[in-house]
Design a protein around this ligand. Structure first.
Ligand SMILES: Nc1ncnc2c1ncn2[C@@H]1O[C@H](COP(=O)(O)OP(=O)(O)O)[C@@H](O)[C@H]1O
Ligand SMILES: [Mg+2]
Length: 973
């Protein structure tokens, strides 16, 4: 077992996986009496803990542990309890007392401590905690990576990792088979397995750009929301119950990286499309679409936002408290994109889903005075026809007057109103189912990366064996699948055991436990078995439920021990035959099996589908190919293949696949029906343990030699039983020693075998040996204790003796003193004794005086020195103060100077700025100046020109004047 330090790797999850060391030690140290501790059968609690008080004549008196009540029970109703060493044991196959009660209580105690995973041999059992424990974090994933099963606490991650390791070491395909009742946690655990591989084996390779919307890991994970919204619904027991089985194969490349994945689905419960119980709900997708969270979807599918407008999906609940339909719609819509559906396909998906809903609203009425049905309004038909790309009138005609083939000719057949309603609902369901299957095919195409695949790990999430009050054909299919899976398990276990025994050279009569189930399996699947009779009946037009039942009785009653007539009882639903399954006898009711199996569809309408203008509908309904090679003209891919033959084909494929893998078994248990965390109902759990094969596994286990120990370990642990046979200091081979040891003690010598490397025990013997060892150890410990106590006592004794001696000495002295106490000389002695002492004191005094003088002298010296120093100090202080003053003034000066300097710098900057300004102005002025000068010069030029002109004019004037004078003169003359 691990230490607390080792468990630290699991972080927060550690306490939910394994208890801390201290708690484990405490649990193992609890007082326990192997002979009297027991479980006793109780009508209310199934088993109660108690202690045996007395036994006689097959009757046992037991005192109950809780109430202290006394109970008398039959001997076979009392089961031994395992010693505390096995408290909360992680692998129940190791328990020495392998009985139902011990298994139940071990699971119960672990569950109470929130340890939900427990091994039982090859099985990993898990109990639904109904609350999220932090055991799935990334930290936990890495803590489990690469650990062997025995090295780590039980967990689904350990199962996954082991599968991964086996795949890489043995180069073999693996499968993880997860089964359990509805609501037990299969789907949650399946998702965990996938999460694990998507984390530890990331491919790192991007998908080719054309297809890519998300990485392969994302796509594998995204496939889930889409399949869940179309394939999951609320049931009484589970708000998110998968109504189909699935086998997801994850393929890995040569280096162990994710390469691709594919999904196979089984048996979608299509009846839920058109029918729901009051406490249940239809498939999530309808309600997601009607949230109006994406109004475009409501618009394109012509639906409303009120589920009650669609009676087909609203016979039960319309909301689920734990589910947020809006968020889920986002997830679905995103998943469709991540998975790479084209936008056309996406629109068709939503439109078809709407169309399915509208089918429930179609109305028909009876024609007057005729049995014939006719449409009562065509609104709904028009909507459906629009959504599916059909002609509304043709569709209605096909529904009311289908054409059927009689011999080689087609004739038109009339239909009554109920017949039409039937075929409408069958068509709606068929569209829904085929669309679901098509989505799976498309998802597979998208998950297929064309990368090299070497090995795969498959995860099977499929409904477990269940017994209801009313069991119909679907239940038979599920129970039969589980019967086959159980046979597969038994066979695996048998093969493994056989290998182990052979390897160890043990002679043992082998029993193939797989054969236990053979008679029931043959009864169901062999020629002339239940399925083949059913299929045969489906081909007779005149066959009825009664004729089917009669055939079954003729063929099997009294001939096959697995076939029985049901025992009628009050309040029990009607049943027609019983099958003895490995997990219990189930009564089946065959009403309507023939119809269910034929699953007839209206051929005339199907032909319209094939010609639909919407591509997807035509894809969903490919033309029927007549396959004449098969007898009876069975049609392939068409409407004639019966449900049961399809189921058998699928199951056959699954089993072939599984047989080619190394299986790992996970069993999910539902602890109570009220979804209460932490509460375990005994009857419910034990019933499941019986059904899911865990107890069967234990039964097989007890037939062989389930406990095995290596010789070395055995010798070391059990040598104390008879140490005498193994001589000390002399070499003896472990096997020889073990043989000698076992031979020498008083046990049933048929209950063990010697292999080559291990010794094998029947269930229970190891407990006996353990008990003997405890007794022996107890004796040895007592002996050691006795020796120690003796040794301590002897030491104490020596001390006591010494004390006694001393007492004598003391007494002798006191007595002597008493004798001499009154003797005169003694008195004298007493008087003198103090004087002697004072003489002593005087001497001491003188010494002290001398010391004093010396001290005084030293003191004086010290004082003078002190004074001197003090003076010096004063001087120094003065000096220091002076210096400080100086420093202060200096620094003042300095700061003054700095201030001034700063001032100067500031003014310098200012001045510089002014200077710059001035220079600029100067430049400007100069420029103006130059301009002015130029202008001046120009003006001067002009001026001189003008002057010249003036001169000229003056000259002219003068001339003219002269002339004038001359003229005047002339005139005067
Ligand atoms: N390991 C778990 N941890 C927390 N809750 C769980 C666990 N297993 C199951 N549950 C709860 O139980 C419900 C039903 O589980 P589910 O896996 O859908 O059951 P099944 O597939 O077996 O019908 C889940 O929705 C979840 O609430
Ligand atoms: Mg499920």
């Amino acid at each position: 077992m691990s230490t607390d330090a080792e468990m630290a790797a699991y972080g927060k999850a550690a306490i939910y996986l394994r208890k801390p060391e201290r708690e484990r030690m405490e649990a193992q140290a609890k007082p326990f009496d192997a002979k009297s501790a027991c479980y006793v059968v109780d009508p209310k609690e199934l088993y109660l803990k108690g202690t045996i008080k007395s036994k006689e004549g097959g009757k046992v008196t037991v005192v109950l542990l809780d109430t202290k009540e006394e109970r008398v029970a039959k001997e076979e109703d009392v089961y031994p309890m395992n010693p505390p060493k096995y408290d909360k044991i992680e692998d129940m196959a190791m328990m020495t007392h392998l009985n139902e009660a011990s298994v139940l209580y071990n699971l119960k105690e672990r569950y109470a401590a929130w340890m939900i995973y427990t091994y039982s041999g090859l099985f990993c059992a898990t109990v639904n905690p109904y609350k999220w424990l932090p055991v799935y974090d990334a930290e936990v994933v890495s803590a489990y990576r690469g650990k062997k099963r025995m090295e780590a606490p039980p967990h689904i991650f350990s199962v996954s990792d082991n599968a991964y390791q086996f795949m890489q070491c043995d180069r073999e395909n693996q499968s993880v088979l997860i089964t359990g009742e509805s609501g037990a946690g299969k789907t949650v655990n399946t998702k965990r397995v996938i999460q694990y591989f998507a984390t530890v084996a990331v491919s790192g390779v991007k998908k080719e750009a054309s297809k890519i919307k998300g990485s392969l890991e994302d796509q594998i994970i995204a496939a889930n929301p889409l399949l869940e919204s179309y394939g999951n619904a609320k049931t009484v027991r589970n708000d998110n119950s998968s109504r189909f089985g699935k086998f997801i194969r994850i393929h890995f490349g040569a280096t162990g990286k994710l390469a691709s994945a594919d999904i196979e689905t089984y048996l979608l419960e299509k009846s839920r499309v058109s029918f729901q119980l009051p406490d249940e709900r239809g498939y999530h997708i309808f309600f997601q679409m009607m949230t109006n969270h994406k109004p475009e979807i409501v618009e394109m599918s012509l639906i409303t936002t009120n589920p009650y407008d669609f009676p087909m999906c609203s016979q039960g609940q319309i909301t689920v408290a734990s589910i947020d339909d809006k968020a889920e719609l986002d997830a679905t819509d995103e998943a469709i994109d991540i998975l790479g559906f084209s936008s056309d396909e996406k629109v068709s998906i939503y439109k078809f889903t709407g169309a399915v809903l509208h089918h429930g609203n179609m109305k028909f009425k009876q024609k007057q005075r005729e049995e014939q049905a006719e449409p009562d309004g065509t609104d709904e038909a028009d909507k459906i026809a629009y959504l599916l790309g059909l002609n509304s009138a043709d569709m209605l005609k096909g529904l009311c007057y289908p054409r059927v083939k009689v011999g080689n000719e087609y004739v038109t057949k009339g239909q009554t109103v109920p017949q039409v309603y039937n075929s409408v609902s069958a068509l709606a369901k068929s569209i829904y189912e085929r669309m679901f299957l098509w989505m799976v095919i498309r998802i597979n195409q998208m998950l297929d990366t064309k990368q090299q695949r070497n090995f795969y790990i498959g995860v099977l999430d499929i409904a477990g064996f269940e017994i209801f009050d009313y069991n119909s054909m679907e239940q038979l299919c599920i129970n039969f699948t589980n019967e086959k899976l159980q046979q597969f398990f038994n066979h695996t276990m048998f093969v493994l055991e056989q290998e182990e025994y052979k390897k160890e050279g043990i002679v043992w009569e082998f029993i193939d436990f797989g054969m236990d189930l053979a008679s029931c399996i043959e009864l169901i699947e062999k020629p002339m078995g239940i399925f083949s009779i059913l299929e045969e009946e489906c081909m007779f037009p005149k066959a009825s439920d009664t004729s089917f039942k009669n055939k079954l009785y003729d063929q099997h009653l009294g001939k096959n021990k697995a076939f029985e007539k049901p025992k009628p009882a009050k309040g029990k639903a009607e049943a027609h035959f019983s099958l003895v399954h490995y997990a219990g006898t189930v009564d089946y009711n065959i009403t309507g099996w023939l119809d269910k199996n034929k699953d007839p569809l209206n051929d005339s309408v199907l032909q319209l589908y094939q010609k639909s203008s919407v591509k997807l509908l035509a894809t969903l309904y490919p033309p029927v190919v007549e396959d004449n090679t098969k007898k009876g003209g069975k049609k392939k891919g068409g409407s004639m293949q019966t449900v049961s033959s399809q189921f058998r084909e699928n199951l056959g494929k699954l089993m072939t696949n599984l047989r080619a893998t190394h299986p790992h078994f996970v069993r999910c248990l539902i602890p109570n029906e009220s979804k209460t965390p932490g509460l375990m109902e005994n009857f419910l759990v034990i019933h499941q343990l019986r059904c899911n094969g865990v107890l069967e596994g234990i039964r097989i286990c007890t037939k062989g030699f389930p406990s095995r120990i290596q010789y070395g370990d055995f010798k070391q642990r059990y040598k104390v039983l008879n140490a005498g046979v193994i001589p000390d200091g002399q070499f003896m081979d472990n096997k020889k020693a073990s043989e000698k040891l076992l031979g020498s003690i008083d046990i049933n010598h048929d209950d063990y075998r010697f292999g080559h490397t291990k010794v094998f025990f029947k269930a229970g013997l190891l407990g006996v040996l353990e008990e003997m060892r405890d007794e022996k150890l107890a004796a040895l410990v007592t002996m050691t204790q006795a020796l120690c106590r003796g040794f301590l006592m002897r030491r104490e004794y020596v001390k006591m003796m010494e004390r006694r001696e001393s007492i004598y000495t003391i007494q002798y002295n006191i007595r002597s003193f008493m004798n001499v106490k009154h003797w005169p000389w003694m008195k004298v002695y007493y008087k003198i004794k103090p004087l002697l002492q004072s003489a002593e004191t005087e001497k001491e005094l003188a010494n002290m005086k001398e010391d004093y003088a010396k001290c005084k002298e030293a003191l004086v010296k010290a004082e003078t020195k002190k004074k001197e120093l003090e003076e010096k100090m004063v001087a120094l202080l003065q000096e220091k103060n002076d210096l400080q003053l100086q420093v202060a003034s200096d620094s003042e000066n300095l700061s003054d100077a700095e201030e001034r300097c700063e001032g100067l710098i500031k003014s310098k900057i200012q001045l510089e700025a002014k200077l710059k300004e001035t220079t600029e102005r100067l430049e400007d002025e100069e420029e103006i100046n130059a301009e002015l000068t130029a202008k001046k010069r120009k003006l001067e030029d002009e001026c001189s020109e003008l002057k010249k002109d003036i001169d000229d004019l003056e000259l002219t004037l003068a001339k003219v004047e002269k002339e004038k004078h001359a003229t005047e003169n002339k005139v005067r003359d």
